[in-house]
Design a protein around this ligand. Structure first.
Ligand code: FE2
Length: 179
């Protein structure tokens, strides 16, 4: 039994505020990709879908000295993975998430990209962290256009409810195999 669902996470005002910046469409799409990739790679579907939904929650608006949006400058100075890991952890704990799960999700967000690090993470990620990177990359478009694809909040809730049911079914199936 999961402590927190994807719909619980999405409905929280902190999630809504920050996902509006980085794109609800991208977050929901990445969560679906993460579900399939988690099954393929024998990773927890619960952790993978939550980490993928929240992986870009640390994005913020970045303007250059003239007050204009500059994607390249943003990329150079961006630390969204660090901010996202902290935000996601705080949010999950507030929602009542299991502490071990909250940490794993948060670290997967921290390490879903190495764009802010002076070294590569290739070959150093856990399978869960790798799944989040792959799910993110699958939806990526040039110049960050994937952040601008729109999805209505009501549509997002419908999609996430469906994904919650898939996650529950997959977890129950695993439980039967163990039992
Ligand atoms: Fe992303």
């Amino acid at each position: 039994m999961r402590h927190v669902t994807l719909v619980d996470i999405f409905k929280h005002h902190i999630t809504r505020k920050y996902l509006n910046r980085s794109g609800v469409h991208h977050a929901v799409t990445a969560a679906y990709y993460a579900f399939d990739l988690a099954i393929e790679n024998h990773v927890s579907v619960d952790l993978a879908t939550k980490a993928a939904l929240l992986h870009d929650i640390g994005h913020y608006e970045w303007y250059n000295s003239e007050g204009k949006w500059d994607y390249d400058e943003y990329r150079q100075n961006d630390i969204h993975a660090i901010k996202g890991a902290e935000r996601a952890h705080k949010l999950l704990i507030r929602l009542g998430e299991d502490r071990i799960a909250a940490k794993q999700i948060s670290v997967a967000i921290l390490l879903h990209t190495d764009s802010y690090l002076p070294f590569t993470l290739q070959g150093k990620q856990t399978p869960l962290q790798e799944v989040i990177t792959l799910a993110d990359n699958k939806d990526e478009q040039p110049k960050g256009l994937h952040h601008y694809k729109k999805m209505d909040p009501s549509e997002a809730i419908t999609q996430l409810h469906k994904l919650d049911l898939l996650v529950e079914a997959s977890l129950n199936k695993d439980q039967e195999v163990i039992g």
